[in-house]
Design a protein around this ligand. Sequence first.
Ligand code: NIG
Ligand code: FE
Length: 418
Amino acid sequence: MNDLLITDVAELATPLGTSPLAGSRQGEISRRQGVEVFCRDGEISFIGTPEERRGRFGDLDGTARLDGAGCTLVPGFVDAHTHLPWAGSRENEFAMRLTGKTYLEIAAAGGGILSTVRATRAADVDHLVRNTLRRLDRMLTLGTTTAEVKSGYGLSLAGELKQLRAIREAGRRHAVDVVPTLLAAHEFPPEYRDDRDAWVEVIAEEIIPACAVGGMARFCDVFCEQGVFDVEQSRRVLLAGAEHGLLPRLHADEFVDSGGATLAAEIGAVSADHLVAVTPEGAAAMAGAGVMAVLLPGVSFFLMKESYAPARRLVSAGVPVVLATDCNPGSSHTESIPFIVQLALFQMKLSIEECLVAVTLNAACCLGIGERAGSIEVGKSADLVLLEGDSLLHLGYHFGVNPVRAVVKEGRVVHQVA
Ligand code: NIG
Ligand code: FE
């Protein structure tokens, strides 16, 4: 039997339920002091005082224990937007940005996504598995217990399949649960530079049907943005994905209002991500259609932008907000959800409670796993993070450090700081 008793937690902070929280409920969490958590066979089976626990289970001598050490217990973080299986590195572009070049200028000069496509096409699947595992290792030490991972650096049937295979294999080998997304519509490969609609047809007619089988992907994503996929091309890709059972998500309105949020609402996408340039009309349409907003403040930070997505406006509009790393080599090179939370607090003015919901329950719902992840409740998977400090606020208050003391995945301690 796989039992674990977590004792001496100063504060247990968690959203409750299995549905996304929006508007005034975005920051609705339960905070309890003086409780223990007992995990059995990978699930949370009890939350209550030590006295209640003794009454139900006795002393539990011989049961594995995790000493909460006066720290804060929260649900395992769910990172709902990453691009992990890449090869190569783009620190040269970073150096160019430090001297004032923009991301879009670098991309137009042949760098950007296409430079990672060249490196990833040249890598074999084992190399991509190793890179993905290394990044998942780091994510776990930063409190992430589930991650969505996208393809999108292959840009051919073989290349996208290679990345999806790497994602699946890394997920099998790692404690972090992995949810795969097909992002063939990330860019136009050099072969189709002059016939863009032909690439859209290849995605719709060949790549989606081949990648939708056997659970290789759960979502279909597209980079809907001026200069990349326009609204019509994005719609074509996402509807083709939906026909094959892939749920639609979009990179939308990252640099300019490209109609991405409105398209997300029109087709009932699960989420629209980025949204730095979303309009009030786009936000209202998303709220009306139940589309979630996945905000990626690491991109604004890493691209040295003044503007961040209008998180407060999205919350007020009633859109459920998720925060994620967007971990990738070009626009957000970080695995750290704690750092993303800190950016959202300092730059987007979300509250610590709203941030917690955004990286746990709302993120889990975005990935379709709200029934079993995203909150600390009896019957849910025992995915938990012990954070330094005796209350949740320390997650933001002590910035630029890793606040994670221990990580529990399905009832097992998978990471612990000595
Ligand atoms: O989410 N916006 C498009 N795609 C990624 C960037 C990928 C890259 O630069 O390699 C993003 O920011
Ligand atoms: Fe992204």
